[in-house]
Design a protein around this ligand. Structure first.
Ligand code: N01
Length: 537
């Protein structure tokens, strides 16, 4: 390292999304001197980068927000049942300003490496511009879906038109009118983009490798009386959310199994849920949908029947029917008019499972059987999820531990928060946490509260180093796998198992034991004196 002057802080936070903002707020309250580094030129994380047409949250607005300040939740007005990206970004900016967070955030700064020196118990980060800073604590608030993946198709650079990745969307509005547009991918993102672009484009060609289940959002303006009623019970509902599997209040878990209902009863229930809209509501039709293949089939069949009912062309409808995974084992998509879009004359669906894309050409793209002329290509091809953002950085320690090496067979964490061998480093909603399988902001708050309590406790007791014990980490990884294996989740080729990244080890990464169970475990760890964590002066 050069002898240049390093800036020194008590804590460094990487990322200024919802996790980074709340961590800054909390650590500052402990009296720490904190600096946040953020690659973008504004706050908001996911909601800063994903500006694609149709971007919305699939969790209801009244739930998908911070709960730490009752005044904030009372004063903020969410216009829609499901918030659009620009409203969530406006909220993130409001929070940053309201709590005076901006002065401690350095924007347009990407972190290249993070290095822990055991002799001086200090983390040193280096930015891609060569700036260095040190701190005792390093908080990875880097997000789970923040490393966009443009598949390395041959010829992308030769394409004469414009191409976009959904997760790196330009700030300026993109006008697709009179354009022949191709979109690659049919995940949650594409399903939101497609109805919007179809209305503009001269022609939209959708290249689908795997069909997904999508449910109607039934989105709309949030009526004032609904908003007011929710606000009246906000504290109670926030509390309730922690005692649910997904961290979302207002959906009592079902008590009955699908196998205990008659076919007529099930049909009526699924119709009612379909009419109501939303994913949790549908998954909560019965309590065994993610446990029993037979039960799941009844819910999957119902959606396939709706697709066949909505889409006029029988071949297109059949191609849109998911058949390679049980419903709910991949993140269920939520849409506004997705299947209906396939009835438009200017929309066509291409099966790139049977004839894969071979290359992007100067004028479009070529599959193994056909060539397509395109003016614009949208890659809605997803992310290197859960591990991508951490592994993009060179994270290592003075005793030779290298994060890429430690995670080469899949990520290993203790509680999804700490990694053995990397003292005083905390990951917010990392692999092994229920984060992505929950209302993300609730999990962010729960993790951050846990981390800041841990740091507070350390400072009060003169402890300088906290480090997950390898045995407790191994036990946690085993538990995460055991819980996942008791469900149907691992059956799907999803980003939960890294299936979308060629060569990525197939490990089921999220904790699916539910928010309630997870919080209980985290609280017990504290009650037992930070069980599984070595604390040293
Ligand atoms: O990404 P994905 P996403 N040739 O990985 C296809 C969250 N989210 O951005 O399935 C052809 O799900 C790939 O095909 P396949 C949410 O958690 C939330 O859509 O691998 N196709 C798939 O269809 C979500 O789960 C909201 O066969 C290729 C698609 O690209 C997560 O983000 C909104 C291909 C990628 O789908 C990720 O969703 C949007 C190839 N070579 C997203 N490579 C909210 O509402 C990839 N694909 C909050």
């Amino acid at each position: 390292m050069s002898d240049q002057q390093f800036e020194t802080f008590d804590a460094i936070i990487i990322g200024a999304g919802f996790a980074g903002l709340y961590s800054l707020y909390k650590l500052r309250k402990l009296g720490l001197n904190v600096r946040v580094f953020e690659a973008g030129d504004g706050v908001g994380g996911t909601w800063y980068w994903n500006r694609y047409p149709g971007a919305r949250c699939d969790v209801e607005s009244m739930e998908y927000s911070y709960s730490f300040d009752p005044e904030l939740e009372q004063e903020w007005v969410w216009p829609d049942k499901y918030s659009k990206q620009s409203d969530i970004l406006r909220y993130a900016n409001h929070v940053a300003e309201r709590y005076d967070l901006l002065k401690d955030i350095q924007f347009e700064t990407r972190i290249k490496s993070a290095y822990y020196d055991r002799n001086i118990n200090t983390w040193t980060i280096e930015t891609s511009g060569g700036q260095k800073a040190t701190a005792q604590y390093c908080i990875m608030a880097v997000g789970n879906l923040s490393t966009p993946r443009v598949p390395d198709f041959k010829g992308v650079d030769s394409f004469a038109g414009d191409w976009y990745h959904s997760g790196l969307w330009p700030k300026e509005e993109v006008d697709f009118s009179s354009k022949r547009v191709g979109i690659i991918g049919t995940g949650s993102t594409a399903i939101q983009i497609i109805p919007h672009v179809a209305k503009q484009a001269k022609h939209l060609t959708i290249f689908q490798r795997t069909a997904n289940y999508s449910l109607p959002a039934r989105n709309g303006p949030l009526p004032e009386d609904v908003r007011a009623a929710h606000k009246k019970k906000y504290r109670e509902l926030r509390e309730q959310a922690y005692f649910t599997p997904f961290g979302i209040a207002g959906y009592p878990p079902p008590e009955k199994a699908a196998t205990d209902a008659t076919p007529e009863e099930r049909e009526a229930k699924y119709h009612q849920k379909w009419a109501e809209g939303g994913t949790i509501s549908y998954l909560f039709s019965y309590n065994d949908l993610l446990l029993s293949p037979d039960s799941n089939k009844t819910a999957s069949d119902f959606v396939r029947d709706r697709i066949r009912e909505i889409v006029h062309d029988p071949n297109t409808a059949e191609l849109l029917c998911p058949n390679d995974h049980p419903i709910g084992t991949k993140r269920i998509c939520l849409d506004s008019g997705y299947y209906e879009t396939f009835n438009r004359d200017n929309v066509s669906l291409v099966n790139v499972r049977s004839a894969p894309i071979e290359e992007i050409t100067q004028t479009g793209l070529r599959t193994t059987t056909d060539a397509f002329e395109l003016d614009s290509i949208i890659f809605a091809t997803g992310f290197d999820a859960m591990t991508g953002a951490v592994l993009e950085m060179d994270v290592r320690t003075s005793d030779g531990i290298d994060m890429r090496e430690r995670w080469k067979d899949g990520p290993k964490t203790y509680l999804g928060i700490m990694v053995a061998g990397f003292p005083n480093m905390f990951v917010i909603t990392g692999p092994g946490s229920p984060g992505v399988k929950s209302q993300m902001i609730l999990s962010i708050e729960q993790h951050t509260d846990w981390i800041t309590d841990c740091i507070k406790n350390m400072r009060a007791k003169g402890i300088n180093r906290a480090e997950a014990q390898p045995e407790s980490e191994a036990k946690w990884v085993e538990h995460v796998n055991e819980v996942a294996d008791s469900t149907l989740y691992p059956q799907a080729n999803s980003w939960y198992v890294g299936a979308n990244i060629p060569g990525k080890p197939r490990i089921f990464m999220p904790y699916v034991g539910g928010v309630e169970a997870y919080k209980k475990i985290c609280d017990e760890v504290v009650e037992n004196g930070y069980e599984g964590i070595s604390l040293s002066p």
